[in-house]
Design a protein around this ligand. Structure first.
Ligand SMILES: C[S@@+](CC[C@H](N)C(=O)[O-])C[C@H]1O[C@@H](n2cnc3c(N)ncnc32)[C@H](O)[C@@H]1O
Length: 228
């Protein structure tokens, strides 16, 4: 197979935009209709895995660590979280598009080793914002990779996630010293300032799309201050 074939497509809830899953030989791509490029491609997942390491490395020795992952995609970030945290951890992955979860239970699941089937994983079918706004409970880490960076792309409502209101909501949902990590295709000084204004200690990490090569992506690592 030397050309891309569309395997399935599904509308994004609350919009008339479609998400498609395409395959070329062993490679997969998830694309948004009308938007050039890939939302996610199975050949490049290093920065998606680094997102998990920056957010969760300190959690390997924490009992009952609670992690929220926004956006399942191809499951690389979720798989990297599961590799990092301990056996007693609980990892909630929120996915807006039900078909993405179905794809991960099927052929697409082989890309990242079927992390949705790990017994520590709980899938929330719906908007990650719902968990940040409504549900009780606190997280040790919140990871977001739902767009191409801190601007809504998949879904216009995602703008809230990157607003001061959204960031304050994440701050409240974190335990002391908890971390929010956000994947971005590029740096964004205005967003960095907004994270600082929320009260986070912020680091911007630059990571390549593949180990040692490829595009440079930015991961915003924002840590809640220790309450005294
Ligand atoms: C770039 S992909 C995630 C890639 C993922 N990090 C990986 O390792 O494969 C973005 C995913 O976020 C989902 N998504 C977009 N907005 C969302 C939201 N508000 N809540 C939950 N999932 C969302 C999309 O449907 C898509 O599956």
């Amino acid at each position: 197979m030397d050309h891309w074939i569309t395997i399935d497509s599904s509308s994004i809830p609350g919009s008339d935009i479609e998400l498609t899953l395409s395959q070329r030989a062993d490679d997969f791509a998830i694309r948004i209709s009308g938007v050039p490029g890939d939302l996610m491609n199975s050949r490049m997942h290093h920065s998606e895995e680094e997102l998990a390491k920056f957010a969760c490395s300190r959690l390997s020795i924490v009992e009952n660590a609670q992690v929220l992952v926004g956006g399942l995609g191809m499951g690389f970030t979720l798989a990297a979280v599961l590799k990092t945290v301990g056996v007693s951890a609980r990892v909630v992955v929120a996915e807006l598009v039900p078909a993405v979860v179905e794809w991960n239970h099927g052929l697409l699941g082989q890309c990242a080793g079927r992390p949705v089937e790990d017994k520590r994983t709980r899938v929330h079918l719906g908007d990650v914002a719902d968990l940040l706004k409504q549900q009780p409970g606190k997280f040790d880490a919140i990871l977001l990779d739902v767009d191409n960076g801190p601007e809504a792309m998949t879904h216009s409502d995602n703008e809230w996630l990157y607003s001061l209101a959204g960031l304050k909501s994440m701050y409240k949902k974190l335990r002391p010293e908890g971390i929010v990590a956000i994947w971005s295709a590029r740096a964004n000084p205005i967003f960095t300032s907004r994270l600082k204004k929320t009260g986070f200690n912020v680091q911007e990490r630059t990571v390549r799309a593949r180990p040692g090569k490829g595009s440079r992506h930015t991961i915003f690592v924002a840590q809640k201050k220790l309450s005294i």
